[in-house]
Ligand binder design. Sequence first.
Ligand code: ZN
Length: 197
Amino acid sequence: MAGKKDYVNSNVTANREQLEFHVKEILKLIGENVEREGLLETPARVTRMYEEIFSGYEVDPREVLGVTFDEQHEELVIVKDIVYYSQCEHHMAPFFGKAHIGYIPSGKIAGLSKLARLVDAITRRLQVQERITSQVADIMEEVLKPNGVMVVVEGEHLCMCARGVKKTGSKTVTSAVRGEFRTNAALRSEFLSLLKQ
Ligand code: ZN
């Protein structure tokens, strides 16, 4: 089981000044004139953007789900089309798309908006799409102890579009299954067909 330190390990806001300094250094190193008007505020703007897109480091995603309701509903619950925006850890380039979560509660359900916050806490970091998918599934399993979880994540990766293979518009789809979803093919198809609606 992952410890708190595996998820909470930074404070972007506390490092604001240093971040601004280093962004400015990068601008110089790529050959820019940091004194020209368009770039004067860029280090500060990039830092403010980092505070947002890396805010996941300040959150323990398990605490986001934290409050759960006791509920006897034991049928499939789906929250789909959760929009996320993340950064690929290999290039620090954005990738983004939608996450879909299905689970079968076993006494505990999470508020629907909490699932979106869980996705935020996991994606607002340097990530790879595969790990986002499995971490969401693992945390759902750990906190809610459901009978089963299935997570599907779709992503468009700018590092694939902008460099190397240059395939614009291609989507990567990843999935993770836990519990009943592993053994029950009908349940997996039910989830996937509900995603298409
Ligand atoms: Zn990449």
